[in-house]
Design a protein around this ligand. Structure first.
Ligand code: ADP
Length: 362
């Protein structure tokens, strides 16, 4: 009998409100129906980011209008592009399109490949001082000769809407409110918004980058998961994958995880974006995973669209904090969030994340 068959036999959740199912199934399906999350014929749920992103974008459009009525300008997102990188260019197109859809001004600041760190810092400082620019992101990866730290430390933390500045990373580590890396936030939110409860799950995260793996592990700890971090030096990756109720893969390695490795009924969030021939694929072998899992994000179409929408949420939060006295508290940079990392039931410190409550959004 294949693991997939076992997964479907034990996990089909006909009564989503029944907590006792968690004893058998691991992840608890809460008040979610197949109408909300698409379920293909063979059983697994597809966790698609696009519908969630559309809902967020609608709200952002309204907020942008009222912000511009009040302040006489639309917030600008500055995207700093250093050098030329194919995946970056694809991502750039997507984020510019998301800006256009919501009425935010997207400004691409291209800096050629043969540049000095000092020049990049000067350009970022101009953006820091530009009152129309509310948020700044820098496209990764940087050219080899440019030290990442020098670039991210040049960004004003109040405009660091992708949460990479050490100031924001430190706030995340300590459980205080600050800007979160958008991809990491999307990784957690796509599961919560689909109605799954994270508390108590065994979560395995593959990858420990500052952009994805590390912040994801911290956010999952806030959600009261028991988190295992895997990386290139991990001795027995399969063993850690096999016991994961929730698996997050952000390794940049196509096919790293196959269905045979997965715990039946697992929740899988694939953050990998790999260009293989003319296709974009994740780090998880989607076809073999599908019959085994309870739910999985497709690539493309999973975490990516939600990430962009969340980034614009952060932009609005930054704009309010910078220009709106009433909104100054929205990033609450000096206040600890109400639930510390060891507390029970405290909300995640997500700046301006209305709608993040899965019960509100389904
Ligand atoms: P991203 O920006 O998507 O997080 P990075 O390239 O910065 O990607 O980081 C990749 C991470 O994935 C690293 O922490 C690395 O240790 C991990 N990783 C890469 N390949 C493997 C592998 N085969 N097994 C386990 N971890 C891996």
């Amino acid at each position: 009998m294949s693991p997939g068959f076992v997964a479907r036999a034990t996990l089909r959740c006909d009564n989503p409100g029944d907590d006792s199912l968690s004893l058998v199934a691991g992840p608890v399906v809460a008040a979610v129906t197949a109408e909300v999350v698409p379920r293909p014929r063979d059983g697994a749920r597809l966790l698609e980011g696009a519908p969630m992103a559309a809902e967020i974008r609608g709200r952002i459009s309204d907020e942008v209008s009222s912000f511009s009525n009040r302040h006489g300008f639309r917030p600008t997102l500055a995207v700093v592009l250093i050098g030329a990188d194919a995946p970056s260019a694809v991502y750039l197109q997507q984020i510019v399109r998301t800006c256009e859809r919501t009425g935010v001004t997207g400004r691409v600041v291209e800096i050629g490949e043969r540049v000095t760190t000092a020049l990049i810092q000067r350009r970022i400082d101009e953006l820091n001082r530009d009152p129309l620019v509310s948020g700044i992101i820098v496209q990764m990866p940087l050219p080899r000769q440019i030290p990442l730290r020098a670039v991210i430390e040049a960004i004003d933390p109040r405009k660091d809407i992708d949460g990479l500045h050490p100031g924001n990373a430190g706030l995340l580590t300590l459980g205080y409110e600050g800007f979160l890396p958008a991809t990491a936030q999307a990784t957690v939110e796509i599961v919560k918004r689909s109605g799954y409860r994270l508390q108590g799950l065994d979560a395995t995260v593959i990858g420990r980058s500052n952009v994805v793996g590390r912040p994801v592990s911290l956010l999952l700890q806030r959600e009261h998961c028991t988190v295992t971090m895997c990386h290139r030096q991990t001795r027995d990756l399969s063993a850690h994958v096999a016991r994961a109720d929730l698996l997050v893969v952000a390794a940049g390695s196509p096919g790293l995880v196959t269905g045979a490795m997965l715990k039946p009924g697992a929740l899988v969030v694939d953050v990998g974006i790999n260009v293989v021939g003319d296709r974009i694929v994740g780090d998880v072998d989607f076809e073999s995973a599908l019959p085994v899992v309870e739910a999985i994000t497709p690539v493309p179409g999973g975490v990516g669209p939600l990430t962009n929408a969340i980034l614009l949420e952060h932009l609005l939060a930054a704009a309010h904090a910078q220009h709106d006295e009433a909104g100054a508290g929205r990033t609450g940079r000096d206040e600890p969030d109400s639930g510390d990392q060891t507390g029970e039931g405290g909300p995640p410190a997500v700046p301006s994340a209305p709608g993040a409550d899965p019960s509100a959004s389904g």
